[in-house]
Design a protein around this ligand. Structure first.
Ligand SMILES: Cc1cc2nc3c(=O)[nH]c(=O)nc-3n(C[C@H](O)[C@H](O)[C@H](O)COP(=O)(O)OP(=O)(O)OC[C@H]3O[C@@H](n4cnc5c(N)ncnc54)[C@H](O)[C@@H]3O)c2cc1C
Length: 412
């Protein structure tokens, strides 16, 4: 395993760092002001500061870096990892580069499983940044960490499918420009457990779709990223051609969608942890209590040292996972993808907690980015599946492996 940056990664890193420090990070405040001044608080992607930065991204050749193959920048996961880490330092950056969730996962899904017409109608405008999208799986009425529970029905009726159900926590869907929803529902509740589900494209403005309200995370409505919507689907008729893949493929597609999405979240979270340690060190050097800088206190030094060690451990694990995804595929890297999904949000949450504590009460306030970042990282212990589900699956795989090892040893 060689995790040194190759020449292409190094060049892109330098370009991205320059863009981040010279234009993206300084524009964050202007973006907030312009968003606050406009009529629709959810229509964040039409804010002039962001529109201009997105045009500049294209001019600089930094657009769609996340997407492998010809449709995107053609980077491997190992090449993209250090770039995604840089974008984690600033909440605006992923959207500027067209590398933000949930669009990235949706674009990958349409790229891998969509037919020609679906790609023309929805993937192309997503790739160009003209529209945005949402992924609608979770439901308020059932435990959705077990996706086989979902109750939304997708029923064939002649040349159409009729979709009915209730979804919540649908990220990005408060934004009117999230024109397309990828909805997971059941086409055949009597089929084998993992073959009951299908995925279907539902335009947000289709008759019967009601975007009911935005959900809040610790009081933040996340309007600057399109919020998280509760959505009613009431006998929504869409053409039969909107089904993605075939009936019964929904569960398998959902699993495939989450691999790259999880590693992107983890890479960005490491960038956020780097920012937290930077803020913590700057604050404790200038702040004096009981006659000496906070930086001289042993307990604070322990937090700083622990934070550094944990970041380095995490980064190595994430890079190993990226390398495995490139060399043996997403399936072969399954255990490691689960491991980083378990380790990263919890570790970065720990680091943010220490950075907040070192800042005093100011760390909880709107004057520093730490409280909002803490709320954001806490959500990643649910989004794309709660910690416990991943731990359960990882432990099962480990038990199987250990059992097989013991059986092989006994047979020798
Ligand atoms: C900010 C945010 C954004 C989100 N964005 C989206 C989105 O865009 N689209 C979408 O479809 N969903 C989205 N979600 C929803 C997310 O995927 C779900 O919250 C998650 O899958 C858990 O489902 P649930 O909330 O129904 O929890 P439940 O299934 O009710 O589970 C509750 C708890 O039970 C425990 N548990 C569950 N299974 C096990 C197990 N096997 N072993 C031990 N304990 C277990 C866990 O502690 C879990 O937290 C988002 C969530 C958040 C917070």
């Amino acid at each position: 395993m060689d995790f040194a940056h190759d020449a292409r990664t190094e060049e892109l890193r330098a370009q991205l760092l320059d863009f981040m420090t010279s234009q993206i990070e300084p524009a964050e405040e202007l973006f907030e002001q312009q968003l606050a001044a406009q009529d629709d608080p959810w229509a964040w992607d039409t804010v002039p500061a962001l529109v201009e930065l997105r045009a500049e991204t294209k001019r600089r050749g930094l657009w769609n870096l996340f997407l492998p193959g010809e449709a995107g920048a053609g980077l491997t996961n190992l090449q993209y990892a250090p770039l995604a880490e840089i974008t984690g330092r600033c909440a605006l950056a992923p959207a500027v580069l067209n590398c933000a969730a949930p669009d990235t996962g949706n674009m990958e899904l349409l790229h891998d499983f969509g037919d020609e017409e679906q790609r023309r109608q929805w993937l192309e405008p997503l790739l160009s940044g003209e529209i945005r999208s949402a992924f609608a799986m979770t439901e308020p009425d059932v435990a959705s960490s077990d996706a086989t529970n979902i109750g939304t029905r997708i029923t064939r009726d002649g040349a159409a499918y009729v979709v009915s159900g209730r979804k919540w926590w649908i990220t990005g869907a408060m934004n009117p420009n999230a024109r397309i929803l990828i909805v997971m529902g059941k086409t055949d509740p009597d089929a084998e457990r993992h073959r009951q589900q299908s995925m279907i494209l539902v335009p947000r403005d289709a008759p019967g779709v009601t975007v009911k309200r935005g959900m809040e995370v610790f009081g933040y409505d996340d309007h600057e990223h399109g919020g998280h919507a509760e959505i009613l689907l009431d006998d929504v008729r869409v053409p039969a051609g909107n089904l993605i893949g075939a009936e019964g493929m929904g569960f398998a597609i959902a699993q495939a969608r989450l691999g790259p999405g999880r590693i992107h979240h983890c890479m960005r979270s490491i960038g956020l942890a780097e920012k937290a340690i930077e803020l913590m060190c700057a604050r404790v050097e200038e702040r004096v209590a009981f006659g000496r800088p906070l930086a001289d206190q042993g307990v604070i030094r322990e937090w700083i040292a622990e934070s550094r060690v944990r970041i380095e451990q995490l980064r190595l694990l994430v890079l190993k996972t990226a390398w495995l995804m490139d060399t043996v595929g997403n399936k072969g890297a399954h255990t490691e993808i689960q491991a980083i999904k378990i380790a990263t949000p919890a570790t970065v949450q720990w680091i943010l907690d220490k950075a907040i504590q070192a800042h005093g009460a100011g760390g909880l306030s709107q004057d520093f980015p730490l409280a909002r970042a803490y709320a954001g990282i806490r959500t990643l212990r649910f989004a794309d599946g709660p910690d416990e589900v991943h731990k359960n699956a990882l432990a099962k795989a480990e038990l199987r492996r250990q059992h097989a090892r013991r059986t092989a040893e006994a047979a020798r």
